[in-house]
Design a protein around this ligand. Structure first.
Ligand code: ZN
Length: 227
């Protein structure tokens, strides 16, 4: 596959769609997605294809967390999976694994030291520190998430995204915050470091049909439009 390199990213020269309809039977969502991407290097794959691959091959059940697994292929496995943020020819529903190369930095992701994480949790009062537009999450470790369901587990997040500042200091509590799982996903997938705001359009694009309808009806009501 021919490609040109812009900055650090390999961008394919041509937009060629994958016609892959293979059944992937690997044991986890992440493994199926990885196998699918590796079989379609340099090709454009759609959200629909990813959903199909992510689906449990035995039960046919569509996992809710496929987006998080996709995000892990980037952040933990170090794959360069292009989206329309990196390659403007892609629509927001399209992705492309540019090469089989895995970035080495991925395995060396810096985490806070034990003492730092303890200090962060104490500062946070053992609750999620996510804040936006005056709203503060405050979900406590071990509580039940009223929106996402499941038990809240707080994990460390570097306040500045790694892509902006790779020199995270594991010993400085001010560089770290405690986030619940839902807000970790929110930040990874939908936080725009450039504007310091949630990327609302990306959230709506990723939402299910029913949630899109709810949002539309909310906006219509908000702006005083009748159906
Ligand atoms: Zn939270």
């Amino acid at each position: 596959m021919e490609a040109k390199t812009t900055g650090l990213l390999m961008i394919p020269l041509e937009k060629i769609y994958s016609a892959d309809e293979t059944e992937y039977s690997q044991s986890s969502v992440r493994k199926r997605l990885e196998a699918f991407f590796l079989a379609n290097v340099g090709l454009v794959v759609t959200r629909e294809q990813l959903l199909r691959v992510a689906r449990d091959p035995r039960t046919g059940k569509e996992p809710e967390n496929w987006h998080q697994r996709l995000s892990e292929l980037r952040t933990d496995a170090g794959y360069t999976i292009l989206s329309n943020r990196d390659w403007k020819a892609l629509t927001p529903q399209e992705y492309c694994l540019a090469s089989i190369e895995q970035r080495a930095i991925a395995s060396k992701r810096i985490r806070p030291s034990k003492a730092t994480w303890k200090a962060v949790l104490e500062r946070a009062g053992h609750a999620c520190e996510w804040k936006e537009d005056g709203f503060s999450c405050q979900l406590a470790e071990g509580a039940i998430d009223p929106i996402g369901g499941g038990t809240v587990r707080l994990t460390p997040d570097h306040v500045t995204p790694h892509s902006v500042d790779p020199n995270s200091d594991p010993s400085d509590p001010n560089q770290w915050q405690a986030l619940c799982g839902r807000h970790q996903v929110m930040k990874k997938n939908f936080w725009d470091g450039a504007t310091g705001k949630v990327n609302l359009t990306a959230i709506l694009q990723a939402a299910g049909l029913e949630q899109k309808r709810e949002a539309l009806s909310f906006l219509k009501q908000f702006f005083g439009e009748t159906d």
